[in-house]
Design a protein. Structure first.
Length: 267
């Protein structure tokens, strides 16, 4: 998730996060999710394994996107999805798009690698790239998955919409080497186990959403569950217990956990 946030108590900035899934290649099956590891120098979530994502840019709300993307959305809803597609491109090199109705090949996507840093620096260039290459973003494949708002005590706050999407079958992920210094296709349970062993750093929303992914046996089940699941907004609250502070989230969000000790929130 890129960019600077707002000060404590300020209005959170809109952001999008993308949960890219595919069927695991392992003999025993399962689902894999694309994770990127943030640079140690990042102000938000340094060194953590995260889903690709970042802030919505002004250019993501351009009305011109109506002519270069699928689906029917109001401009705010579309801007969230445009930001999702743009951030996936910047951080992983994957393009959630078609050309002439056909999926893009790995080679076709790699041809745009030189544009990724430019789009990161100037998000408006994403529209120019899509338009110039004759692409059409497949926003209708993005399924709402979760909605988290950063707690008010945090110095950087985001109003983050998580979207689930089946990863393009033939494209190859490539981290950008700047904000994302590594990437991995991994089964949720394996990454959660690495966290327990102290080998992987996960933010609280990432961990809980990985647990949700781990309930499904394959990518099709993940997608079906997401379509059937009601997205509940989660804005964690700090509550003082007799044995210390805990972060509380609504039970109806469906995570099977309603509170977590503050010391376990990041790590």
């Amino acid at each position: 998730m890129t960019g600077q946030g707002t000060g404590s108590g300020d209005k959170p900035k809109p952001a999008s996060t993308v949960v890219l899934v595919r069927d695991a290649a392992a003999v025993d099956g399962g689902v894999e999710v694309l994770m990127v590891r943030r640079s140690a120098g990042m102000a938000f979530g340094a060194s953590a394994w995260v889903f690709p994502g970042g802030k919505v840019a002004e250019a993501d709300a351009e009305p011109a996107w109506d002519d270069h993307s699928d689906g029917s959305y109001d401009h705010y809803a579309r801007s969230l999805r445009i930001a999702a597609a743009r951030e996936v491109f910047e951080e992983s090199g994957l393009l959630l798009a078609t050309r002439g109705g056909e999926e893009l090949t790995a080679e076709a996507c790699m041809a745009f690698d030189g544009d990724r840093a430019n789009v990161e620096a100037q998000p408006k260039l994403f529209l120019e790239l899509v338009r110039g290459a004759g692409l059409r973003l497949t926003l209708d494949r993005l399924t709402p998955f979760a909605h988290w708002i950063t707690p008010s005590f945090e110095p950087r706050r985001f109003d983050t919409h998580f979207f689930l999407v089946r990863a393009p079958a033939v494209q190859v992920a490539r981290h950008d080497g700047r904000e994302a210094v590594d990437h991995e296709w991994v089964r949720p349970a394996d990454l959660l186990e690495r966290r327990i062993r102290g080998e992987a750093k996960l933010m609280f929303p990432t961990r809980l959403n990985l647990e949700v992914l781990g309930r499904s046996a394959n990518a099709a089940e993940v997608e079906a569950a997401a379509l059937a699941r009601r997205v509940v907004t989660v804005e964690p609250q700090v509550v003082e217990r007799a044995d210390g502070k805990v972060l509380v989230i609504p039970a109806e969000a469906g995570y099977g956990l309603t509170e977590e000790r503050m010391g376990n929130v990041l790590g």
